[in-house]
Structure formats: structure tokens, C-alpha cells
Design a protein around this ligand. Structure first.
Ligand code: URA
Ligand code: ZN
Length: 392
């Protein structure tokens, strides 16, 4: 099959057996615990990872840790390649020395998970991964840089997944500068993923299960973290840094002109950035985990106009976006969007051959007005092959 026609899942998670075993030893969140199933009375494992989620947590099973289950899921949905990442909350809750040791071990585990898995061809495996950095309060620069170096040396790890807390002060913390520099130099992709949501008081006291934190809290967390990165000038200082945003960047595309206006009216920040805030959308990558064609189309439109907002003379590419019609702009934006599933989260509630979360994301790509077949192929897999430099 041509590399341009592959289906590549860039947003797909695992709790590696070592991590799941660790969660089973814990008595506070995050933890995995066993309870009798309310239906059958048989013991069943449950996952509790969010501070304020219902105390019954969520069902968890082999889909979260068994490589064969990941491959079965991929086969069932015709996914050729997955770039697998540890699921939240990563190592965020651990003391620095434990986080460093566990990161090192889990990175080696993930390399084995990928390398011992099947291949599609002599040069292309079915599984690649994002490693983990020990990003916790008190982590030393030396520990972070040595873990970047470890990941860069593992052939199947193509990036790192990280949450939004950094060393405890967010991702615009000056202490992270050496980390951005090292990730840029190592050409590792940063997959920025939420975990904490926003202030739980925003949700009121009605019981709405996981809906509000997952549907709104997660994407707003990503929106805020990415905006802080932009405002700190990180993309000006590290133009080669490649950051992939979970859930299509949350609300950032929708709010980017408002953001640009607020920056332009604020002398403190306006002087700090080299470009209009909208420009930075064109420096980012967005997964296509938005579940709707209109949303994907909108995001691609917002990304595709980014070069129009380069400061004068800054970008030769700027002129290519200027004067294009809306369709050309959306097609340009599609070059930075990548298919994902969020597996094994969002399993179907009743027996079904295919997962609704996957089918909806594929249908969304297929239905974007203004994208042609080449654009859709790029979003389904071609962009991932290029971004992660797979198969060469
Ligand atoms: N819920 C989570 O906690 N993490 C995900 O990645 C998706 C859903
Ligand atoms: Zn996810």
C-alpha cells in the first residue's frame, strides 16, 4: 500500500503493564482498584484518575495494557499504524526521583512494546510511541535532558507526551527553556494532552458523569496551556519545535482572533511577540479528534490563514496564503491535521463491531467541505508519516 494511503492513529493510549501495576498499589487517585461488578458480582477493575470524578471511576481492562488488544482494535478499524502514548496522568503525581526512574523504565518498555510488534514492511512498523519525561516539581534540568536523550536514542519513540503542568508552574515556565531546546534539537514531537480540566466549580452540582470535564474541561485546559506557550514566545525562540495539540487544539482556533486582538491592545504582551497571535496556529499540529466535519473544516481554515499574519517580511510562505480563496486556505490547514481515536477511552456502551468514536472521526474527515481526496489521505495518514518521519 502507498504510504500516502495509510491510516495512522496519532492519538491512542496505553497504560503499560508496569504503570498499571503501579496504579494497583496505590490507595489514592490515580489508582486502579477492584470491586465486585454490580451486575455479575464478579471482581472487576476500575480506573480512578481524575480528582473529582465519580468514585466508581471508569471500567478498565486488557484494552489499556495488552499490545494484542491494541492490534485487534487497529485491525477492526483498518488502522495501519498507531503512535501510542501513555495515558494521563503520566508521572505528574510522583516525587522527582521516582518520576525519573519510572520514566526511564516506561520509555524502555514502550520501545519494546513497539519494536516487538508486527511490521507493515521492511521499513515500517505498526507501532511507534511517544515517551515520557519526568516533568514534576523538583525535577532537575539534567534529569529532563537525559530523558530527552534516552527517548531520542530509542528508534521507535518519535516524541514525548506531556500534560500542562510542567514543573508545577505551567509550560511557560522559564525553567523549561532547556527542555524546549533539547526537544527541538532532537526533532521529537511534543504531544500536548490535557488531564486537569478547569476549576470544578464551573460544573455546578448536577450529576453529569464525566461529560463536562471531558467535553469542555479537557479542551479548555489545552487551549489555555497552548496560549501561554504562545504568549511566552516559545515558538519565536524555538521555531523548529513541533507541538501536536490534542482534541484539535480545543477552543484555540475559535478564539484565536480574539486572542490576537487582546494581545494587540496590551502593550505588555504586544511588544513581546514577533507575530500576530494567529500566526502561531500555523506552527502547530492538531489532531483530528473533533468528531465533526464542520469543526475539522473550521480548524483547517484557521490554521490555513496563519501565514497571512506573519509580521511583515518574516515569511516567504506568507504570500502563498494571501489572496487564496477559502478552499485553498482550508487545504493548506489540512496539512497540519492528523487522525486520532483516543483509544481505549470512549469504548462503545453496547456491543458493536466498530467504535463510534473511531467511525465518527473517520466520517468527519471524509465529510469536510473543501478538502479533496489528497487532503483527506494526508489527514488520515500522510501527514503523520511525514511529521514522524516513519518508514524511511
Ligand atoms: N479520558 C481521559 O482521562 N483521557 C483521555 O485521553 C481521554 C478520555
Ligand atoms: Zn487522549
Amino acid at each position: 500500500m502507498s504510504a500516502q494511503r495509510l491510516l495512522v492513529d496519532v492519538h491512542t493510549h496505553v497504560y503499560l503493564p508496569r504503570y498499571a501495576a503501579f496504579l494497583r498499589t496505590r490507595s489514592s487517585v490515580p489508582r486502579i482498584f477492584t470491586r465486585p461488578s454490580p451486575e455479575s458480582g464478579k471482581p472487576e477493575e476500575r480506573l480512578l484518575i481524575l480528582d473529582d470524578e465519580p468514585s466508581s471511576g471508569r471500567p478498565i481492562g486488557a484494552q489499556y495494557w495488552e499490545r494484542d488488544e491494541k492490534l485487534k482494535f487497529m485491525d477492526r478499524h483498518a488502522i495501519d499504524v498507531s503512535v501510542v502514548s501513555s495515558a494521563n496522568p503520566w508521572l505528574d503525581f510522583l516525587p522527582a526521583s521516582t518520576a525519573h526512574t519510572l520514566a526511564t523504565e516506561l520509555n524502555t518498555d514502550l520501545e519494546t512494546y513497539c519494536s516487538a510488534g508486527p511490521s507493515l514492511s521492511d521499513t515500517l512498523k505498526r507501532l511507534y510511541g511517544f515517551g515520557l519525561l519526568p516533568l514534576v516539581p523538583g525535577a532537575t534540568t539534567a534529569s529532563l535532558i537525559s530523558t530527552v536523550e534516552q527517548i531520542a536514542a530509542l528508534p521507535h519513540l518519535k516524541g514525548v507526551i506531556m500534560g500542562t503542568r510542567g514543573l508545577g508552574n505551567g509550560l511557560d515556565d522559564a525553567a523549561l527553556e532547556p527542555v524546549w531546546a533539547a526537544l527541538e534539537a532532537a526533532r521529537l514531537v511534543v504531544f500536548l494532552h490535557p488531564h486537569y480540566g478547569v476549576d470544578k466549580h464551573a460544573w455546578g452540582d448536577k450529576e453529569n458523569g464525566h461529560v463536562l470535564p471531558l467535553a469542555l474541561g479537557f479542551p479548555f485546559e489545552t487551549t489555555i496551556a497552548t496560549t501561554r506557550l504562545v504568549l511566552a514566545g516559545v515558538f519565536d525562540r524555538y521555531p523548529g519545535l513541533r507541538v501536536l495539540l490534542a482534541h484539535s487544539g480545543g477552543a484555540l482556533p475559535q478564539l484565536s482572533s480574539r486572542l490576537a486582538s487582546c494581545v494587540a491592545h496590551d502593550p505588555l504582551v504586544a511588544a513581546r511577540l514577533q507575530h500576530d497571535a494567529r500566526y502561531y496556529l500555523g506552527k502547530l499540529y492538531f489532531d483530528a479528534v473533533a468528531y465533526g466535519a464542520e469543526e475539522l473544516g473550521f480548524v483547517s481554515d484557521a490554521i490555513g490563514r496563519a501565514d497571512k499574519y506573519a509580521s511583515a517580511g518574516a515569511s516567504a510562505a506568507a504570500s502563498s496564503a494571501k489572496g487564496t480563496d477559502g478552499t485553498a486556505q482550508k487545504r493548506l490547514g489540512a496539512q497540519r491535521m492528523l487522525f486520532g481515536t483516543d483509544h481505549p477511552f470512549f469504548p462503545p456502551l453496547s456491543e458493536s463491531e466498530k467504535w463510534k468514536s473511531v467511525v465518527e472521526n473517520l466520517e468527519a474527515i471524509d465529510g469536510v467541505y473543501g478538502w479533496d481526496e489528497a487532503d483527506k489521505d494526508a489527514v488520515r495518514g500522510g501527514n503523520a508519516i511525514a511529521l514522524f518521519n516513519l518508514g524511511s
